[in-house]
Design a protein around this ligand. Sequence first.
Ligand SMILES: *Cc1c(COP(=O)(O)O)cnc(C)c1O
Length: 722
Amino acid sequence: MAVNATSTAVSPEDMWSAKEQGAVACDPNCQLLHLFCYPAQSNYSGTRYPLSWIGEVKSGRMSPVSVPGKWFVLLDAASYVTTSPLDLSAHQADFVPISFYKIFGFPTGLGALLVNNRVAPLLRKNYFGGGTAAAYLAGEDFYIPRQSVTERFEDGTISFLDIIALKHGFDALERLTGGMENIRQHTFTLAQYTYTALSSLHYPNGAPVVRIYRDSDFSSPDVQGPVINFNVLDDNGKVIGYSQVDKMASLYNIHLRTGCFCNTGACQRHLGISNEKVKKHLQAGHVCGDDVDLIDGQPTGSVRVSFGYMSTLEDAQAFLRFIIATRLRSPSDQLPAGPRKAGVPSAEGKAQDMPAVTDRHVLPQNDIGTGSGVCPDSHPGSNAMCLHPPQSEATRNQQLSLEKAAGALHGDHGPRVVTNLYLYPIKSCAAFEVTKWPVGNHGLLYDRSWMVVNHNGICLSQKQEPRLCLIQPFIDLQQRIMVIKAQGMEPIEVPLEEDSKQAQICQSKVCADRVNTYDCGEKVASWLSKFFGRPCHLIKQSSSFQRNAKKKLGKDLPPGTAATLSLVNEAQYLLINTSSILELQQQLCTSDENGKKELFPMKDLISRFRANIITNGTRAFEEEKWGEISIGPLRFQVLGPCHRCQMICIDQKTGQRNQNVFQKLSESRERKVNFGVYLMHESLDLSSPCFLSVGSQVLPVSKENVELHNLPALKKHQDVSS
Ligand SMILES: *Cc1c(COP(=O)(O)O)cnc(C)c1O
């Protein structure tokens, strides 16, 4: 085919109108060759495009673009053939790419390009790899390809083990399902059912719970594959970013595919994103596949669910339950609401709208019923009444008195002080609370200096091993030892510093950074291995090693202040504010059978956020407005908010998970699950010992003031410390 080919985008609408216009006249000698490529099924929306286009374009009855010439057709069937038979004798495309692995339900693997033998001679190669040459010369530009088209185009070693497995894959599929036609019916039924249920979900104010991106009304498998693409909305119609929905789904053990699905064309078309916007988003730092899900409130991508032969009705229902249970409130709902009804959103899936697949496949009434029965009882913590307690005047008052009790209410200018200090000597393990503690180059001395790694040297986190929080380290600066305790285990001692002669330096990875570490020895390794019931080691960051902080949080560091880090993920210090904790505590408040309020203990909540510095702020989340702070004689830059993940669901005393904490925080924080701010100390002079102490005054400078008076502000601070 022409090497210097040009390409033109063709939209589905172009094709519909091309059909009416018919072909462009072409004289019989016209030698121009064109290739029309289209997907049999969109991997974005599941839209199935007419297979009749193949014959119409090839025969010249229809021209995708108004140019004379002869048309060939490439039918991208990678998505289509996963759940539908394709008869190539009836639909004679010239080229058909397919992905075998998608048919079998594997995450990756073998695919194929089927080439019609009649067009094979037209194909040219402009490179070659091993196995494709009949003969070639090393010292001369001489290459003669092999005869058959497969031999010419299968460069390199073919994946013969995968190819052998194909027969067994197809045999198993046939045995399990009875064939592709059954798969087509089964998956379509599931998709139609889920689509009908999803689109019938509404908030009490009538607003839909999801916006579905589609080109068909799911009326038949001829026009629609088993794919549903959507965004979740709040009750004001605002999109809830896909990253947020994804994080929520993981709490329900559902893994979602989100973003643009390698399909920017469909993404732009359905989300209404112009070419200019795509370029602008890139400049704003959004790249394909990241979790920047909203820019100026507009979605950059969406959420996709698709069904395969192995999907069941239970899977579809589990997904629907998740959507129902996590429908989010708009921030305005948190204001003291009037009567209970107004504050309690519910899924108004009207009974007559419920899809009846077959009689026995009707979703049980109480699963997606009306009113308060929206949450299935079987799901822990998803009772609608407790999910969204309306805040009455009484609870407001209670909150005020609680704030008073905690000494948090001092008016705007009242003194803020450090109320608690914590370090986490072993990354992801329990906190060590102190009242006064030396400050080192990386933050609080010995904070995240150690970590537990598995037999491959990979750091354990609470996501895989929640019991890490049951390991309690204590540091004795006088004796220069760390004592590690855990229930049912004899305490064990580890020296604070390595024996520089014996320590074997090795490299570990923390958040893509390489750090030099050394192993703390077999004794503590077997202690940990016994506790976790699998081989682990304790390693420590080498004291001679410098890990420089990146300007990750979007801030340039002031000159001469290359911040160094311990084994933390992001920054030297994390600060949280008890007023924010109090607000979250109120939102998590539940009532027992007698209507008595039950509060999460403050200590319990504080410990989930694994902060170093706790202050009694005057207002919830005011710390996010701070640009700099000083604590006693030390000055800190506020780098930005800490984005939270499901780790905050883990009770740090027991290692148990509770999804509510994450869900509540997400609701109340307008879907940005931020809590606390990162700090970095400014030009630290360690020539004399520095300490952080409980009771030290915390003086914030707001961002605006830092930005407006940057130089004077810094200067002023220097005066304070010198
Ligand atoms: C998955 C997919 C591809 C890519 O196929 P691979 O085998 O993963 O390279 C191309 N087109 C569509 C429509 C797909 O769904």
